[in-house]
Design a protein around this ligand. Structure first.
Ligand SMILES: Cc1cc2nc3c(=O)[nH]c(=O)nc-3n(C[C@H](O)[C@H](O)[C@H](O)COP(=O)(O)O)c2cc1C
Length: 170
């Protein structure tokens, strides 16, 4: 498999931009991911896929918990900070501890989902991490940030896809 072709084709799939946070030995840690997913309603499970090479994921794993912070269109700079290895990722950011696990809830996010890690699977050069949801909330009206073809995008307002509007566009 040609790596460049794999990346190019898969970049056609738009993703959310989520910062997964935890507190490890008293220190906040986090990483940006495009692989956050809703897994199960009963029991309530979500997941994400960290690279085996991530230096942050071992710390999230040690914390045994994480909070998934869904970034808004105004938080591209937050994504960039949390995608930079070795950076002081929390510099200049406000956050509060999630009620159950204490993992950081970043200020101004579109939604946050607080979890305890329940399963970890190996998958090629990544892990699949599953967490049981302990608490969650969303800020209605916030537009989530989208990543598509290696660029940040705005999530456009709802499209009006009725048969009438299709006909009107002919
Ligand atoms: C939009 C976006 C999506 C990303 N998705 C993932 C992902 O799903 N899994 C992953 O391991 N890294 C992903 N990254 C890269 C990590 O954020 C980055 O490599 C990492 O946080 C920095 O290294 P560290 O984990 O060693 O601190 C993504 C980066 C961006 C900007």
């Amino acid at each position: 498999m040609d790596a460049a072709r794999f990346r190019e084709v898969l970049s056609a799939v738009p993703t959310s931009v989520v910062v997964v946070t935890a507190v490890d030995r008293g220190e906040p840690v986090g990483m940006a991911v495009g692989t956050f997913l809703s897994v199960s309603l009963d029991p309530p499970l979500v997941g994400f896929l960290p690279a085996a090479s991530s230096t942050t994921f071992p710390r999230i794993r040690h914390a045994d918990a994480f909070c998934a912070n869904v970034l808004t269109v105004n938080q591209q700079h937050v994504s960039r900070a949390f995608a930079t290895r070795g950076a002081d990722k929390f510099a200049g950011l406000s956050w509060r501890p999630a009620p159950v696990t204490g993992s950081p809830v970043l200020e101004g996010v579109a939604a946050w989902i607080d979890c305890r890690i329940t399963r970890l699977h190996e998958a090629g050069d990544h892990f699949i991490v599953i967490g049981e949801v302990t608490d969650l909330a969303a800020a209605p009206g916030e537009r989530p940030l989208v990543f598509h073809r290696s660029r940040y995008m705005d999530s456009a307002p709802e499209i009006q896809a009725s048969p009438d509007s299709v006909r009107a566009g002919e």
